[in-house]
Write a protein that binds this ligand. Structure first.
Ligand code: GLN
Ligand code: ZN
Length: 770
C-alpha cells in the first residue's frame, strides 16, 4: 500500500512566495531572486514529505500564480492581446505569465489581465483559459519536466501533477461564438502526449492527471470525450502509469465511466462522499489501483484514525494491498501549512490545537494510517500508541464543554417556521416602512464600509501590538465615524452608514466576538496569486456573549437626524468563509450563527436603528457542485438568513447585499429571503443582472449598483442616470434604490467623494424626471 498526496501548499509556511512575488512585481528583487525562492519552497516541501515517509511525492504542484495558468502557458494558449507584448519585447516567459495573470501596463502597452474565477466550491481562484475558434496549441513551457528533473536531481522520483485535458478545457471559456471548446481536444491532446512522453523519457513512472469534473454533472458529449481521451493516452503511452484524480464530489452516475477508463489508478474523495466506497470497490476491475482520499484536504480537523482504518481495511478486503493507495481527499492547497507555527497559547489554546491538523500534520497522519492498517509487527507498539493519542484527542473534542453547549443546541432545536417569517407580507410592510422612514423616490445609500486609510489600519495594528490602548483606539474610531457621518450629510445621502472603521474583515470581526470561533496567527491559505486569507475556525457551539455592533451604530445614529443603517454579516457568509466544524451538519452550525445575528438585529432595533443590513455575498458560493443538491442547500441557507432577519417589527427595514453573481437560476430563493431591499453589484454588467429580477417580477426593493467600486474611476452623473434609466425599463421605479456596487473600504476618500456626489446628483435628476 502506498501513500501519496495530490499537492502541497506552495505559498511557503511563512508566505515566502507571496512576499517574493510582490517584491518582484514592485521591482525590488529580480527574476533570479524570485526563482530561488520558488526553488527553496519546492525543496522544502519535498523534504517534508520525504521525512514524513510519503511514498509518492508530487511535483509540478508548485506554481508562481496558478496551476491552471501554468497549463495555459504550457500549451501556448496565450490570448492574442499578449502577442504585441511578446513581439515588442524580449520578454521572459515568467513576465509574460504574470502579465496574463495581472495585466500589463507599461510604456505604451495596456493589456488587461485574464479573467479569474472560483476553483469549484473552494475559496481558491484560478485564471480562466481563453479559447478562440481557430485555437492552436503547442508546447511552450517545460515547467512540469523542469520540476520533475529538479526533484530527481534532489534524489526524489516524483509523480508529476497535471490538470487533466478535459477539466482544463471545461474550466476555460470560448472568447468567440461558433465553436465548442471541448472540440479543441483533438488539437490539445497531441501536446499533452508530448508533455507526458517527455516526462516518461526523463524517468517518470507515475503521472497524476486531475479530472475533478469526472465527479460532477457531465453531458453525454463530455462523457464521450473522457473515453476517447483516456483510451488515446493508453494507446500512445502504454507504459506510463496514470493516476486519474477526482475530488470535491462522489463519482455517482459517472462511476461506470470512471472505472472503465484505461488508467492505472483512480483517486476518489471519501471525505466528501464516503458512501461511495463500497460501490466503487464492487465495480473497480482488479488491475485498477484505488487511491482512497481519506484525509480531509479541505478542512483543518484531525483525522479520525479509527474511521479511516475501517475504510482502508474494507478496501483491503476486496483488493490486494499493492492495489490500494491512501491520500488526502484533494490537494492540501486548501489548508494552512503548519500547525507547529501556532505557538501563541492565548490565541490558540493547547486544548483546541490538539484537535487540529494542517498540511504538515496531515502528512504525518497519512504515514501513521498506513502503519496502523498494515499492522507491521516491528512498529506495533509505537503505532498503537499513536492510535491511542488520536483517540484521546477526538474524545476530548467530543466531550469538551468548550464545544458543546446544551443551551445553544436546545435553542436551534426549538426554531420554528415562524421564526423565519416576518409578521406581515412585504406588500403590507412596504407601506408601513415608507410611512415610517419617509424616504424620497430613488433613495440613496452605500453598502457599508468607507475608505480604510493607512491611518485607520495603523491604529488597529498599534492597538494589537499594545502601543495604543483600548480607550485610545476606540476614541480614534469614534472620531473617524463622526467625520464619516458629517461627510455623508454634506454629500446629502439619504440613508447613512457608520463606516465600518472598527472592522478588519467582515467575517473576522464577528467571529472574534462570538463564542465558538478561534483564530490562528499563521493559518494562511492561498486565495489567488499572492493573496492569502486566514479563515476563522468554527470549533464549537456558537453564541453571542454580548452585543457586537450596537455601540457603533447607535453612536452614529446619535450624531444625525438622518437614518443610519446598521451593518451585519449574514450567517451563510460567516459560515462559508470559515473552516467549519465537521461533527455536525453545516446547516446546524449556520442556524447557530443565524440566532446570534438575530439577537444582534433585535438589539440594534431596540437601540433605535430603523434600517439593518445583513450582508450575504457568499450565498451563491455555497451552492453544491451537483445540481441535485442545490435545493436542499438553498432551503437551509435561505432559512438561516430569514431566521437572522425576521425577528424585527414590520416597520424595521431589512436590507441585504450580494456581490456580483448570477441570479437567474436561484432567483426564487433570493426572493424567499424576503429582504425589504437588496443591493447588488450591477454596474459592470450594465444592469443585465436585473433581468432575472424583472422576469421573476421580484416584488421587493432593489438597489442595482451604479458605481463600480473596484476601480478608482469616477463615474459621471450622466452615466449613472443612464444606468438607472436602464434599470427603470425592467423594474418599476418605486422599487429602485441608488447605491454603489459594494463597500468602499479599498477606495480613497477623494475619488469616493466625487463619485458619491455624482451619484446623489444622479438620484436627484431621476426624481425630477419622474
Ligand atoms: N458591508 C460590507 C462592506 O461594505 C460588504 C462587503 C461585501 O459585500 N463583500 O464592506
Ligand atoms: Zn459586495
Amino acid at each position: 500500500m502506498q501513500t501519496h498526496i495530490l499537492g502541497y501548499p506552495r505559498i511557503g509556511s511563512q508566505r515566502e512566495l507571496k512576499k517574493a512575488c510582490e517584491q518582484y512585481w514592485s521591482g525590488k528583487i529580480n527574476l533570479d531572486d524570485l526563482h530561488q525562492v520558488g526553488a527553496a519552497i519546492r525543496q522544502s516541501n519535498w523534504k517534508l514529505q520525504q521525512e514524513a515517509g510519503i511514498d509518492l511525492i508530487p511535483s509540478n504542484d508548485f506554481s508562481f500564480y496558478d496551476q491552471v495558468l501554468d497549463m495555459s502557458l504550457t500549451f501556448n494558449a496565450i490570448p492574442d492581446r499578449y502577442q504585441e507584448l511578446i513581439a515588442k519585447k524580449e520578454i521572459a516567459k515568467q513576465e509574460l505569465y504574470f502579465a496574463m495573470a495581472r495585466g500589463y501596463q507599461q510604456d505604451d502597452l495596456d493589456i488587461t489581465a485574464m479573467e479569474m474565477t472560483k476553483w469549484f466550491d473552494t475559496n481558491y481562484h484560478y485564471i480562466v483559459p481563453e479559447f478562440k475558434k481557430d485555437q492552436e496549441f503547442k508546447l511552450f513551457s517545460n515547467k512540469a519536466l523542469d520540476e520533475f528533473l529538479e526533484a530527481k536531481k534532489a534524489g526524489i522520483l516524483t509523480k508529476p501533477v497535471l490538470l487533466g485535458p478535459i477539466t482544463y478545457l471545461v474550466l476555460g471559456k470560448e472568447k468567440e461564438a461558433g465553436f465548442n471548446r471541448l472540440d479543441l481536444i483533438d488539437k490539445l491532446l497531441p501536446v499533452y502526449i508530448e508533455v507526458l512522453k517527455k516526462l516518461q523519457d526523463a524517468g517518470a513512472v507515475w503521472v497524476q492527471l486531475d479530472e475533478p469534473f469526472l465527479a460532477l454533472d457531465l453531458t453525454a458529449k463530455e462523457k464521450e470525450v473522457y473515453k476517447k481521451v483516456y483510451n488515446e493516452l493508453k494507446k500512445q503511452l502504454p507504459e506510463l502509469k496514470i493516476l486519474l484524480a477526482t475530488y470535491f464530489e462522489g463519482l455517482k452516475e459517472n462511476l461506470d465511466l470512471a472505472v472503465s477508463l484505461p488508467v492505472c489508478a483512480l483517486h476518489i474523495d471519501l471525505v466528501r462522499a464516503p458512501q461511495q466506497l463500497q460501490e466503487v470497490l464492487d465495480k473497480t476491475p482488479n488491475d485498477l489501483t484505488l487511491s482512497l482520499g481519506i484525509i480531509d484536504g479541505r478542512n483543518i480537523w484531525k483525522n479520525d484514525y479509527q474511521d479511516s482504518v475501517a475504510f482502508i481495511r474494507k478496501a483491503l478486503k476486496s483488493k490486494t494491498s499493492n492495489r490500494i493507495m491512501i491520500a488526502p481527499s484533494c490537494s492540501l492547497l486548501h489548508v494552512p501549512c503548519d500547525l507547529d507555527l501556532e505557538t501563541n497559547e492565548t490565541v490558540l489554546t493547547p486544548e483546541i490545537k490538539n484537535w487540529l491538523a494542517f498540511a504538515k500534520q496531515k502528512l504525518e497522519e497519512l504515514a501513521t494510517l498506513k502503519a496502523i492498517s498494515e499492522e507491521d509487527d516491528v512498529n506495533a507498539v509505537a503505532t498503537m500508541e499513536k492510535l491511542h493519542v488520536n483517540l484521546d484527542a477526538l474524545k476530548s473534542k467530543k466531550e469538551s464543554q468548550r464545544i458543546h453547549k446544551p443551551e445553544v443546541k436546545q435553542r436551534t432545536a426549538r426554531i420554528t417556521k415562524k421564526d423565519a417569517q416576518r409578521n406581515k407580507a412585504f406588500s403590507e410592510r412596504k407601506s408601513i416602512q415608507h410611512k415610517a422612514l419617509k424616504l424620497p423616490l430613488f433613495p440613496t445609500t452605500t453598502i457599508g464600509s468607507f475608505p480604510q486609510t493607512k491611518e485607520v489600519r495603523s491604529w488597529r495594528a498599534q492597538f494589537k501590538k499594545g502601543t495604543v490602548n483600548a480607550l485610545e483606539y476606540e476614541n480614534l474610531l469614534l472620531e473617524e465615524t463622526e467625520q464619516c457621518i458629517r461627510w455623508q450629510e454634506e454629500i446629502d445621502l439619504d440613508v447613512l452608514v457608520h463606516g465600518e472603521f472598527e472592522r478588519n474583515d467582515m467575517v473576522e470581526y464577528f467571529g472574534e466576538q462570538l463564542n465558538g470561533f478561534v483564530f490562528t496567527k499563521m493559518g494562511w491559505v492561498q486565495s489567488y496569486g499572492s493573496r492569502c486569507v486566514k479563515p476563522p475556525i468554527i470549533y464549537g457551539d456558537i453564541d453571542r456573549p454580548e452585543a457586537m455592533t450596537v455601540k457603533w451604530s447607535s453612536y452614529a445614529q446619535g450624531l444625525t437626524s438622518k437614518i443610519v443603517k446598521g451593518m451585519l454579516t449574514g450567517p451563510v457568509t460567516i459560515l462559508q468563509w470559515s473552516f467549519v466544524r465537521n461533527d455536525q451538519p453545516r446547516s446546524e452550525t449556520c442556524n447557530q450563527i443565524a440566532l446570534a445575528i438575530r439577537d444582534e438585529v433585535l438589539d440594534l432595533e431596540k437601540a433605535g436603528i430603523r434600517i439593518i443590513q445583513i450582508d450575504e455575498p457568499a450565498i451563491r458560493e455555497g451552492l453544491p457542485l451537483r445540481k441535485t443538491e442545490w435545493q436542499a442547500y438553498l432551503k437551509w441557507a435561505v432559512n438561516a438568513f430569514c431566521i437572522s432577519a425576521a425577528g424585527v417589527s414590520d416597520q424595521t427595514q431589512i436590507h441585504t447585499h450580494m456581490c456580483y453573481s448570477e441570479f437567474n437560476d436561484i432567483i426564487e430563493h433570493i426572493a424567499a429571503m424576503d429582504a425589504d431591499v437588496i443591493t447588488i453589484e450591477c454596474s459592470r454588467s450594465q444592469m443585465e443582472l436585473l433581468d432575472a429580477f424583472a422576469k421573476f417580477e421580484y416584488p421587493n426593493e432593489i438597489g442595482p449598483g451604479v458605481y463600480d467600486i473596484h476601480a478608482p474611476r469616477v463615474p459621471s452623473v450622466k452615466e449613472m442616470v443612464a444606468l438607472m434609466e436602464k434599470a427603470k425599463l425592467v423594474i418599476p421605479e418605486k422599487q429602485l434604490w441608488v447605491n454603489p456596487d459594494c463597500g468602499l473600504k479599498t477606495r480613497h476618500w477623494e475619488e469616493t467623494r466625487k463619485a458619491l456626489e455624482a451619484m446623489v446628483e444622479a438620484a436627484k435628476t431621476l426624481r425630477v424626471a419622474s
